[in-house]
Structure formats: structure tokens, C-alpha cells
Design a protein around this ligand. Structure first.
Ligand SMILES: *Cc1c(COP(=O)(O)O)cnc(C)c1O
Length: 356
């Protein structure tokens, strides 16, 4: 049976990226050795790193004065690395979900954190509006896509202080104006590649403003200076990112991704909105195009397990909602084909016909 992979992360990747990665594991570009057994200092790997950085910059139109890093430690290490490098006296954070809360927790180790807006009052079902960003904050941190709750900030915010964004789960899903951000980071394993590598995009002039001593590995300057090769980088994960970036470029870039993602999300949200049994959990203008969360209406709550079994029987994978939301979550990242969304839509329709 065909599987439809709605996993939230690690998640679906372009088939071609997986096939080419498999080939590179057996023999990288015909050099007679595996990608897994060459030195990260070899010219073969340097070429991979250079192309990955160059394609990332090209696809996101990253301006000249920004650096792109590929590091270990996950987005979770960035929660502490960001304040380590940028925090002087005070930082501002937007609290839009569990990941934002984890970022806030780490920042608090460094001093005063002002939470300028929060949607915790309604279980993070919306993106706060009309919040004021304090002009004396060293930076303002946002999570652009809330993977667990299915809400998303769809525009590049204006900020009077350096804007820092966790884009783990919506990087490359749409064009962004990188010049509006001082630093963007994320784990690769949602929309870019396999687990094990973290991307960081940053403007160098934001560094060096704190006089705190920074351990070598946690200092962005170390990794800028060494081109992400101060220590051994996650070579294989970076290679699969490269193959994903090539796939995005071949299809027409992030503009094309945005069109496809909009189309896919609309199809599923329309189905949910017109459904007798299901209801979306997030306010309409805050809905994520990447993680679509929905539950059963109160009078059908007892049918959630039955739907889960029914959907499994139709090849749907990874649609169980996160325990803090319940219900269902369909992650519709770049590489998820339209036919999988259509299969999900059919699954909902069929279940409703049988059960109502
Ligand atoms: C998955 C995720 C993280 C955590 O990423 P790790 O690489 O596992 O540390 C952080 N932020 C967001 C928005 C995520 O989706």
C-alpha cells in the first residue's frame, strides 16, 4: 500500500534526494569511496559544503553581509547559543508555543526576558497581535511556525531591534526577506533534510557586543571563521540537504514551493472547514501551511480512535496530534506530494459518509 507521510519531523523528503543520498553512500560521484568515509577536509566534501551554502543563499536570496552555517546540536542548542552571543541586558520573546517556551527558558539563564506577547491563554491557537517590542531589548525572538500547534507568522515582521527567528519548520516554504532578520536558525529535519544538522543564517555585525566569555564551540565567530568546519560537521546530513536544495531549485525555487504549499493547505483546510465531524484548532488568519491541526467536534469525540485506525488503513502515517493538542496533525512540508493531501481529503470524506 502507498504510504502518505505526514510526519512532523523527521519527515518526508523528496524521493530524489533520498535516492541520490543512497547513491552517494555507496560511491560519491564515482570517486570509489562512500560519502561516509571521506575526510571533511577533502576537496570532495569541501565542494559539497560550498555548494550547499551557495544554493541556500541563492534560493533564499540571502544578502552578501550574511553568513550561513551548518552546525550540530539542533535548534535546541540555538535556544542557548543565541543568548550566549547576543544577550547583554534584556531580550524580548514572543510566546507562541512549546518551542518558543523552551527558547525563553534558555534565555532566562542570561537575565531579564520580556515576553511581549503570548497565546498561552488559548492553548496557542493564534499568533498574538499588537504587541510592542521594547526598543531597549538586545534582540526580539520569534518562532515563525509553531510545529506542535499549527500556527504560523506569514509575514516578515518589522522590529526596532535585531530580529531572531526559529524557522525550523517553515524554512524554504516561502520567500522571506532575510534583510529583516539578524539571525535565523532551525533544525533541518522538518523541511530541509535529515536529522543531525542545524542551519544558522546571521549578520556578522550583531556579534561581539557582549563582553561575556563564550566557549569556543558556542561562539558563532568560531564557526564563521572556520566555514562550519571548526570541528567535524554532520557530513551526511549536509549532503542530503544539498540534494533537497537542488530539488527545490529544479522545481522553480521557494516561490514555487509557496504556491504548492498554499494549494495543498487550502485543499485540506477547506475539507476540514466544510466537514460535519472535524474542526480546525487554530484561528483562520494564524493557520500554518506546514502543520495542519484538527480535532473532532465535541459530539463526535468518541470517534477519534476509529478515524485514526481508518486513516492508518488508507496508508496515512504520522497524523496523531501532539499530546498537548490532541486530535490530528497533518504536516504538509515541501516534499509532501499533492496526491497525499488528496488521499487525506478522500479519507476524511469516506469516514464521514460511513459514520454520520
Ligand atoms: C523541531 C523544532 C525544534 C527542535 O529542533 P531540534 O533540532 O530537535 O532541537 C525547535 N523549534 C521548532 C519550531 C521545531 O519545530
Amino acid at each position: 500500500m502507498k504510504k502518505h507521510n505526514f510526519n512532523a519531523g523527521p519527515s518526508v523528503l523528496p524521493r530524489i534526494a533520498i535516492e541520490n543520498s543512497a547513491k552517494a553512500i555507496l560511491d560519491l560521484n564515482g570517486i570509489g569511496m562512500s560519502l561516509l568515509e571521506i575526510s571533511h577536509r577533502s576537496k570532495d566534501f569541501q565542494a559539497i559544503m560550498d555548494e550547499t551554502v551557495a544554493l541556500f543563499k541563492e534560493l533564499l536570496e540571502i544578502p552578501e553581509n550574511y553568513h550561513v552555517l551548518f552546525l550540530g546540536g539542533g535548534a535546541s542548542l540555538q535556544f542557548c547559543m543565541v543568548p550566549y552571543n547576543l544577550f547583554k541586558t534584556k531580550a524580548a520573546y514572543l510566546e507562541t508555543g512549546v518551542w518558543a517556551q523552551k527558547a525563553i527558558k534558555e534565555a532566562k539563564f542570561f537575565g531579564n526576558v520580556e515576553v511581549v506577547g503570548s497565546s498561552a491563554d488559548k492553548n496557542f491557537t493564534y499568533i498574538p497581535k499588537n504587541f510592542a517590542i521594547p526598543k531597549d531589548a538586545d534582540y526580539f525572538h520569534i518562532t515563525t511556525n509553531n510545529t506542535i500547534y499549527g500556527s504560523e507568522i506569514h509575514t516578515d515582521l518589522e522590529s526596532p531591534v535585531p530580529l531572531v527567528a526559529d524557522m525550523s519548520s517553515d524554512i524554504l516554504s516561502r520567500p522571506i526577506d532575510v534583510s529583516k532578520y539578524a539571525l535565523i536558525y532551525g533544525g533541518a529535519q522538518k523541511n530541509l533534510g535529515p536529522a543531525g544538522v542545524t542551519f544558522v543564517i546571521l549578520r556578522e555585525d550583531i556579534l561581539g557586543k557582549t563582553d561575556r566569555p563564550i566557549p569556543t564551540m558556542l561562539n558563532y565567530k568560531t564557526h564563521i571563521k572556520e566555514g562550519s568546519m571548526f570541528n567535524t560537521p554532520p557530513c551526511f546530513a549536509i549532503y542530503t540537504c544539498l540534494e533537497t536544495l537542488r530539488w527545490i531549485k529544479n522545481l522553480g525555487g521557494v516561490q514555487k514551493m509557496a504556491e504548492m504549499n498554499k494549494h495543498k493547505a487550502q485543499l485540506l483546510y477547506n475539507t476540514i472547514d466544510n466537514s460535519k465531524m472535524f474542526v480546525g484548532t487554530v484561528e483562520k488568519d494564524s493557520r500554518s501551511l506546514m502543520n495542519i491541526c484538527f480535532v473532532m467536534k465535541e459530539q463526535y469525540k468518541d470517534k477519534e480512535d476509529a478515524f485514526m485506525d481508518f486513516a492508518k488503513g488508507k496508508g496515512m502515517i504520522g497524523i496523531k496530534g501532539h499530546r498537548s493538542v490532541g486530535g490530528f496533525r497533518a504536516s504538509t512540508y515541501n516534499a509532501l506530494p499533492l496526491e497525499s493531501v488528496q488521499a487525506m481529503v478522500d479519507c476524511i470524506h469516506e469516514f464521514e459518509i460511513i459514520n454520520s
